[in-house]
Structure formats: structure tokens, C-alpha cells
Design a binder for this molecule. Structure first.
Ligand code: ASP
Ligand code: MG
Length: 433
């Protein structure tokens, strides 16, 4: 059994979808599970669509139509006019319309998962029918019936026991009839049958969960970049390919913000020792492999730049220590309000924390924190993380720069600063990459 995950870039238009046919056809003799993301940037579009309906924006219908048009233009390119896919997609859009009408009265996180999951439902339906049309016979499955989660909407946690049983049961039956199954990334379902999502960019994680349950031989994540690079080539044109990394190193890179792979992807793979291939659907011979060998991890230093960071400095008002109990309560607030934490530093009276911006919930978070603490925060920050750097030119480079927070460990260095300050240093950093 192989698992292939296609991200949004691999299904963003008819032209790229056509490129996938030979990649899938190559594998048609061994069972293949395909996990697909929403097309292109559709998840962002569905997020905005939901906001438009909740705020009763006068443009909401026009926005709905633009999402519909985008999908229909891909359909028109891939299928004959009278193909049954058109009717299936029409049904999806009328269900979506109903859900949107209900969404205003629902809790935001719940509504989000019911709406945004349509991105993956649509893309997987379209891909499945397109493969069937091209002699790659497959079954389509709604993954919310298989990946069972709790009801922490937008960041749902997996019920592994139930998931394993359901995946094995359903997949064994499906693969006794076809060689290919197509399903969605990003989505799960509660025991009561409501859709959940696993967090943004969660499709990689979905693919890893399914690979784990099925004891897959390998997972391949298909992207529009040639495997894992030691820096983001959009920011650092000199970036080099990392051909072989360990699970451990990859988790660290992902955690600091390298957009290679969702950080939760690695654990289910490591548990079963399933190798992960990151390959380019544009240049399929270029790949990175991730497995349990670590001898190549420190060969090439990596540079990870994470923008839109916010630094919180939380201090006790009464000169009381911020002890473990208080830390627990503070961290719980960050989790409740969906702030993804990247870095933590504490002293007796101060607790500093760097997290991804989440402008929608910032005010609520601050309100809660301020009931017990005094809170300062800086926005528009960037965090540069460097792993396995063998020289100290980086430290010299920031010698006379205002660094708001700095952290060093044996394998990594991190610098948090204002984004404009970092931008001024980019050319110099590029020389080190
Ligand atoms: N479509 C979802 C997102 O863009 C999940 C994924 O692509 O991994 O966040
Ligand atoms: Mg995506």
C-alpha cells in the first residue's frame, strides 16, 4: 500500500491536474490511497466566504458565485459537458449554501469546520471522477466517516482506536474491489457525525494518519517544490536541496515554521517507521526522503523565517512568581484561543512567548490574560531560526541590531525582531545560506 498526498498546488487548475495522471498510473498495480487538499487557495477563500455570511456582507452571494465559477471552470476543462460530475458538484454547492445560511447562528469554530471542509470535498470528488474517466478506477470516501476526532473544532484531536478500526474495515473492503481510493485531507468527524478539521495545512497529517492505520510502505507528499530545501527559495534564492533527513530533524524544522510539512505529520510515520518522500509533481525525479536515519541532519545549515509573529511579555502584578501552576493556566488560554506558540522564555517575574498572529482572537486573549497579569505585546515581528550553523557570523550580523528575544541551544539559534529590521538584513543573511 502506498499513500499519495496532493496539496492545493497540485490541483489548482486543469493543467496541473492533468500532470498527475502519469504519476498515479505508474502505481496502478499496487494499492494506492490518494489524499487531496482543497484546490489552490480555496481554503482561504472558504474562510472569507464564511466571514462574509456571518457578517451578512452585501457581497456574500457574489463571493459564493466566484468560488463556484472557479470549480466549474476546472470541470469544464476536464470533462465532457454531460458528465455526471456536474450534477454531483451542484449538489455540493446547494449543501454549502444551506450550511452557510445556518452558520451565522453557530459558534465560529463549529461553523468554520462545516463550511471550510467543502474545499476538500469538492476537490476529491473532482479528482476521483477525473481518474475514473481516465481508466484509473477508484472509490471515493468521505474521510469524516473514518478519521474520528473529538469536538475541538478547527484543531480536532484523533481518537486513534476508533479511527484505526474504521479505516481498516472500510479500506480492506474498498481495496478488494479497486486499486485506488481517493479521499480528503484536513477533515475528520466527531462520533456524532459533525465534520471537524485538523488545523490549517493539516492534509499532510491526514495522509500520515491513514498511512499509519494501513501500515503503508511509504507516504509521498507531492508539492510544487523539489523536496525540502534548507531555506524558502522565495526568500533565499540560494536555497539548497536537503536529500535525506530524519523524522526528528524534520519535526524541528516544521515546528520553527519551515513550510515543508505539517509538524504533526511525522509522529504517525515514525511510530510505524514509514518513510516519507517529498517530491515535485513538476520534476518527479527530485525528492527528499525522511526516515529514521540522522547522519545527514547536520550537513547543511537551515534557515527558517517565520513572519507575522507576536511577542507577549506577561508579568505578575503583585511581584509574585510565575510558577508552574500559573504557567499552565496561561498556556491553556493560548491553546483555547488558537495561538500557535513558537518560542517560550521565562524568568521569575516575566513570561515571554512568541506565537503566530491570530488577529481574530487577539482581543479576547488579551482580555483574559489581563484579568490576572500585566501584558505587553509587540506585533509585526519576524522570527529567524537557524539550525546546525557552524559559524558565528549570524551572531555578528545581528550584533548592533535590536533583537527582542534570542535563544540558543546546541543545534539551533533563534532571533525575534521587527519585520522591517529583519528585511534590512536579508541580503546579508542570503550570503550565508
Ligand atoms: N486545505 C487546507 C489548508 O489549506 C489543508 C491543507 O491543504 O493541508 O489549510
Ligand atoms: Mg493547502
Amino acid at each position: 500500500m502506498l499513500v499519495y498526498k496532493f496539496g492545493g498546488a497540485a490541483v489548482k487548475d486543469a493543467k496541473t491536474i492533468r500532470l498527475l495522471l502519469p504519476l498515479i498510473a505508474e502505481q496502478k498495480d499496487s494499492p494506492l490511497l490518494i489524499v487531496v487538499s482543497a484546490m489552490g487557495k480555496m481554503t482561504n477563500a472558504f474562510e472569507r466566504l464564511l466571514s462574509a455570511y456571518r457578517s451578512n456582507d452585501k457581497e456574500k452571494e457574489a463571493f459564493f458565485d466566484s468560488i463556484k465559477d472557479y470549480h466549474y471552470s476546472i470541470l469544464a476543462d476536464l470533462f465532457e459537458q454531460n458528465h455526471p460530475i456536474f450534477a454531483k458538484i451542484e449538489v455540493c454547492f446547494s449543501e454549502l449554501e444551506n450550511e452557510l445560511e445556518n452558520s451565522a447562528a453557530q459558534a465560529y469554530d463549529f461553523a468554520y469546520d462545516q463550511i471550510v471542509s467543502f474545499g476538500e470535498l469538492l476537490s476529491s470528488r473532482i479528482l476521483s471522477d477525473y481518474l475514473n474517466e481516465n481508466q484509473l478506477l477508484n472509490s471515493w470516501v468521505d474521510v469524516s466517516d473514518l478519521i474520528i476526532t473529538n469536538d475541538k473544532y478547527r484543531d480536532a484531536h484523533i481518537d486513534w482506536e476508533t479511527t484505526k478500526a474504521k479505516v481498516l474495515h472500510w479500506m480492506n473492503r474498498a481495496f478488494s474491489q479497486v486499486n485506488i481510493v481517493v479521499t480528503q485531507g484536513f477533515i475528520g468527524g466527531t462520533k456524532d457525525g459533525y465534520r471537524t478539521t485538523l488545523g490549517r495545512e493539516g492534509s499532510d497529517f491526514s495522509a500520515a494518519i491513514l498511512a499509519n492505520c494501513l501500515n503503508a510502505r511509504q507516504l509521498t507528499v507531492w508539492k510544487d517544490v523539489p523536496g525540502i530545501l534548507n531555506a524558502n527559495p522565495k526568500e533565499f534564492p540560494q536555497a539548497k536541496n536537503l536529500k535525506h533527513l530524519s523524522y526528528h530533524e524534520t519535526v524541528e524544522l516544521a515546528f520553527y515554521g519551515a513550510s515543508v510539512i505539517h509538524p504533526r505529520t511525522l509522529q504517525p510515520l515514525k511510530m510505524k517507521n514509514i518513510p516519507l518522500f517529498i517530491r515535485s509533481f513538476l520534476q518527479p525525479d527530485l525528492a527528499s526522503i525522511i526516515d529514521n536515519q540522522n547522519r545527514f541532519d547536520s550537513e547543511i545549515p537551515t534557515y527558517i523565517l517565520k513572519e507575522n509573529q507576536i511577542l507577549f511579555t506577561i508579568s505578575s502584578r503583585d511581584f509574585d512568581f510565575i510558577d508552574a501552576e500559573k504557567l499552565t493556566a496561561i498556556l491553556k488560554l493560548f491553546s483555547d484561543f488558537h495561538f500557535h506558540i513558537r518560542l517560550i522564555q521565562n524568568s521569575a517575574l516575566n513570561f515571554s512567548l512568541v506565537a503566530d498572529e491570530n488577529p481574530l482572537q487577539l482581543e479576547e486573549l488579551l482580555f483574559q490574560l489581563k484579568t490576572d497579569y500585566s501584558v505587553r505585546y509587540n506585533r509585526n515581528l519576524s522570527m529567524l531560526s537557524i539550525r546546525h550553523s557552524k559559524d558565528n557570523r549570524i551572531a555578528e550580523l545581528f550584533g548592533n541590531t535590536e533583537i527582542l528575544l534570542e535563544m540558543q541551544s546546541r543545534a539551533s539559534q533563534q532571533f525575534v525582531m521587527r519585520s522591517d529590521v529583519l528585511q534590512n538584513k536579508m541580503a546579508e543573511i542570503n550570503r550565508l545560506v
